[in-house]
Write a protein that binds this ligand. Structure first.
Ligand SMILES: Cc1ncc(COP(=O)(O)O)c(C=O)c1O
Length: 456
């Protein structure tokens, strides 16, 4: 029986029997069975159409015909490993290098974001001769053992923090120790990193790297204050370490104004290593590490080959090239700026209307850039207590209204908007109108409960 002819209940039963429950489903109480997708839309087995606000992996749109064709055409000719000379890998590296600052000119191709971050860790350790890593609180950098160790989001629920891992506070100016009223949150948060580094050094530890997502996403769609990364890089370099920018969720033009999210930090800031994944292949398993000549040379000096069976295959590189071509041809970076700004404006209006909407944008900073937007739901303005249950309720009501959205952040109260880059102005209007109707309905329910309570 074809998989898409099986009933949803049967699929769920088989999945529960055969697939580990550690592999979770969205909307576990009523999962969605998706059988096809196109652009920014996903379709269930009944043909119902959902607007997809979740899938930043389908970067240029689900099943984009040019990307699908590139994979198909290359698959018909050759797919093998990168030990043979082939034009795709060099063409692709060249195209990527044109998007990056000049020092980031050596490339490694891999299959997943986790592989990219694991290699970044190896590169950092070889180059510096040090072992330790500084990470931001609540970060997630991948599912390999090495990366669980540097992901507070995971290790806090597992074995805990290793002695070689040091955690700095998230540069969150809405909930963190230095907020929107602080005169210089960039310096204040960077000084926290400096303090973490000094404390580690006092214990005889040596810093190999600082890892951060250019825009911490699992941490709650955070936009670090401008200048923060340069200041951090200064402290890390002084300690002999390197700066790793994880662009796995946020690269490839998603932030609109720039191709890479780290570029929001200013022209002068250049990381030592950049890791890419997810959107890079529009769903095909592609990932990349870009680094500087000195870092790459130190790794080469070990004399040990770096071999990755599938990484950099002609098909993967054809797909990566097609994604870059579509981004350019359809001007999706500029599109992310205009649609993202429009969506932010609509969400700001929701903040005025509904007290549960906390941070969308504050006068001195924004909680979104391009098509990377967080809506921080709060129980009350004074305490900014995360409205966790309300966020879960909203997400499930939106799903009933054919909008797929999810939450993030330590309090799981941040509605995150990371749709495919072809998300339209009309989609923004539709989604916010649905959000507005659900919030109004929630408020009415609360009001009638209160009236009932008073009458009793
Ligand atoms: C910021 C970040 N880094 C790394 C990864 C790991 O990527 P992958 O799941 O492709 O291994 C993820 C995945 O969610 C991520 O969000």
């Amino acid at each position: 029986m074809a998989a898409d002819q099986r009933s949803k209940a049967d699929t769920l039963a088989l999945r529960q029997r055969l697939i580990s429950s550690s592999c979770r489903l969205f909307f576990p109480e009523d999962p969605v069975k998706i059988v096809r997708a196109q652009g920014q839309y996903m379709y269930d087995e009944q043909g119902a159409e959902y607007i997809d606000c979740i899938n930043n992996v389908a970067h240029v749109g689900h099943c984009h015909p040019l990307v699908v064709r590139a994979a198909h055409e290359q698959n018909q000719v050759l797919n093998t490993n990168s030990r043979y000379l082939h034009d795709n890998i060099v063409d692709y590296a060249q195209r990527l290098s044109e998007t990056l600052p000049e020092p980031l000119c050596v490339f490694y191709f891999l299959n997943s974001g986790s592989e990219a971050n694991d290699l970044a860790l190896r590169l950092a350790r070889h180059y510096t001769g040090h072992q330790d890593v500084v990470v931001l609180d609540h970060a997630y950098h991948g599912h390999l053992s090495s990366l669980i160790d540097i992901s507070p989001y995971k290790f806090r629920s597992l074995d805990g923090q290793k002695e070689w891992v040091h955690v700095a506070p998230l540069p969150d100016t809405y909930r963190g120790p230095y907020r929107e009223d602080h005169p210089n949150p960039a310096v204040a948060y960077a000084n926290e990193v400096k303090h973490v580094v000094s404390s580690a050094q006092e214990k005889g530890r040596k810093i190999a790297a600082f890892f951060a997502e250019s825009l911490p996403s699992v941490g709650g769609q955070i936009i670090p204050p401008a200048g923060y990364f340069s200041q951090v890089a200064e402290h890390i370099h002084k300690a002999g370490g390197v700066f790793v920018a994880d662009e796995i969720q946020v690269g490839f033009g998603r932030v609109g104004k720039h191709f890479w999210a780290f570029q929001l930090q200013g022209k002068d800031f250049v990381p030592d290593i950049v890791t890419m994944g997810k959107s890079i292949g529009n769903g095909h398993p592609v990932a990349c590490v870009a680094t500087t000549q000195p870092v790459a040379r130190a790794f080469e000096a070990t004399g040990v080959e770096y071999f990755n069976t599938f990484g950099g295959s002609p098909v993967s590189c054809a797909v990566g090239l097609a994604v870059l071509n579509v981004l350019e041809k359809e001007q999706l970076q500029a599109h992310a700026t205009s649609v993202g700004s429009f969506l932010m404006e609509l969400l700001r209006q929701q903040k005025i209307k509904h007290p549960i909407v906390g941070d969308v944008s504050l006068p001195r900073r924004h909680r979104g850039v391009g098509l990377f937007i967080g809506v921080d739901l709060i129980k009350d303005e004074a305490t900014r207590t995360p409205a966790t249950e309300e966020a879960a309720y909203l997400v499930s009501r939106l799903k009933e209204n054919y909008v797929l959205l999810s939450t993030d952040g330590p309090g799981r109260n941040i509605l995150k908007f990371k749709p495919p880059m072809c998300f339209s102005l009309d989609n923004a209007r539709q989604v916010v109108a649905k959000l507005d109707a659900i919030l109004t309905d929630m408020e009415e329910k609360v009001r009638s409960c209160e009236t009932l309570r008073l009458q009793l």
